[in-house]
Design a protein around this ligand. Structure first.
Ligand code: 3PG
Length: 213
């Protein structure tokens, strides 16, 4: 399986990618379980907090059935650390030549973040066909992704940034969608209150919409 196929396989069943920043170690397993109860199979743990890396290790050890991505990876040291921690894939908010090269050599696939056609080309020439689009809503939302379908016919995208229940349907309607990403199924207040039922409810609502696409 090549890396494009590996990325597609992550989202073959559920076209959703919850983006999670861990604030308390004790939240990791119940939060993942709440998402899984709502039908989520693949999730992204960001390195925006210092608990990100240990959370990836913990989830890989304790919840081997989940597919775990490492997000907000911005340099080579982080890339190598998350690969070592057992992440199934790496997500970056943008691209550098260093990150793109690492993604070619690594065992696990990279989903590089882009915002422009020029950045797609920078990855495309190296073989990348799947990209995160960030911050999607600010950049033009679903209309931007539809525009990218013209010149980039074999490329699919994971938009994140500003997506929620209010606009997810616009993204789910796209032909060049890999998955819809974001934090709306794990609201900060619900996580802080350990309201796992609410997270399962939001996940279920999102997976039902995604399944109907
Ligand atoms: C990301 O890194 O993908 C975004 O921060 C998620 O954006 P959101 O919080 O607006 O969903």
């Amino acid at each position: 399986m090549d890396k494009t196929q590996a990325l597609d396989a992550l989202f073959a069943d559920v076209t959703l990618l919850p983006v999670i920043s861990i604030e308390r170690e004790a939240d990791v397993l119940p939060l993942a379980d709440a998402l899984a109860a709502g039908g989520i199979t693949t999730l992204e743990i960001t390195l925006r907090t210092s608990l990100g890396l240990p959370a990836i290790e913990l989830l890989r050890r304790e919840r081997p059935q989940l597919r775990i991505g490492a997000g907000t990876v911005t340099n080579a040291a982080q890339f190598q650390a998350v690969e070592q921690a057992g992440a199934h894939f790496v997500v970056t908010p943008g691209i550098t030549e260093e990150l793109l090269q690492l993604g070619l050599r690594s065992r696990i696939p990279l989903l590089p973040g882009i915002a422009t056609a020029s950045e797609i080309l920078a990855g495309y020439r190296l073989g990348y066909r799947r990209f995160k689009v960030f911050p999607a809503e600010v950049l033009g939302g679903a209309a931007l992704l539809r525009s990218f379908a013209g010149p980039f016919k074999d490329v699919r995208f994971c938009p994140t940034g500003g997506i929620g229940q209010q606009n997810i349907d616009q993204y789910l309607a796209l032909d060049n969608l890999l998955a819809v990403g974001g934090s709306w199924v794990t609201p900060k207040a619900a996580v802080a209150a350990a309201d796992w039922a609410e997270i399962t409810r939001l996940s279920r609502a999102a997976t039902a919409l995604a399944a109907a696409r």
